[in-house]
Design a binder for this molecule. Structure first.
Ligand code: DAT
Length: 176
């Protein structure tokens, strides 16, 4: 089935601003905010990690996750909100946005979330080492990937506008 609307991944280290972007983009475009956190909870497909310092982090069965969202992806018009990106089939993905954030800003955001020192450090390392940018590059064509900074409120507006434009172009190109 050909999609009438694109599927867009919004990925990045926890705290960079994925959900903020997805919600704004969904309200501006009418595309669906597909929160993978919500899918995992709804279908109960996350196993608690064995780390006693981090009992809330879930290990997700990716095959089961894909089964749960496959129909949505085939239909199109999904804004996928998740801190990983390489599990989604490239044939069903049209754009990958890697949201980035300055480390000092990210530190304060994660601290405000109540993250412990170990989890804080892991996530800071993830951002510094550009883990999600690399994961996106390994899984998708370079021309599908954009990096977006999200430090100030105006960044969200600017980024959402840019993605909206891209959606318009995609629809024109695909005769929708
Ligand atoms: P994520 O979904 O990547 O974990 P989030 O959207 O929940 O991140 O944002 C984490 C916090 O940071 C939240 O309190 C909103 C704030 N935030 C995100 N992007 C921002 C921005 N560009 N300017 C100001 N605050 C931002």
């Amino acid at each position: 089935m050909l999609r009438t609307s694109p599927n867009i991944i919004i990925t990045g280290t926890p705290g960079v601003g994925k959900t903020t972007h997805c919600e704004e983009l969904a309200s501006k475009t009418g595309l669906h905010h597909l929160s993978i956190n919500d899918v995992v909870k709804k279908h109960n497909i996350g196993e608690s990690s064995n780390d006693p310092e981090d009992p809330n982090t879930k290990i997700v069965d990716e095959d089961r996750l894909l089964d749960c969202i496959e129909n949505d992806l085939e239909e199109g018009g999904q804004i996928i909100d998740w801190h990983a990106c390489d599990l989604f089939p490239p044939s069903l993905i049209d754009l990958v946005c890697v949201v980035r954030c300055d480390n000092k800003v990210l530190y304060d955001r994660l601290k405000a979330r109540g993250y412990g020192e170990k989890k804080l450090q892991e996530n800071m390392d993830c951002e510094i080492m550009e883990v999600l940018v690399q994961e996106a590059r390994d899984a998708y064509d370079e021309e599908m990937i954009v990096e977006l900074r999200s430090e100030e409120v105006e960044d969200v507006e600017k980024n959402v506008e840019r993605i909206e434009k891209w959606i318009g172009e995609w629809k024109k190109e695909h005769g929708k």
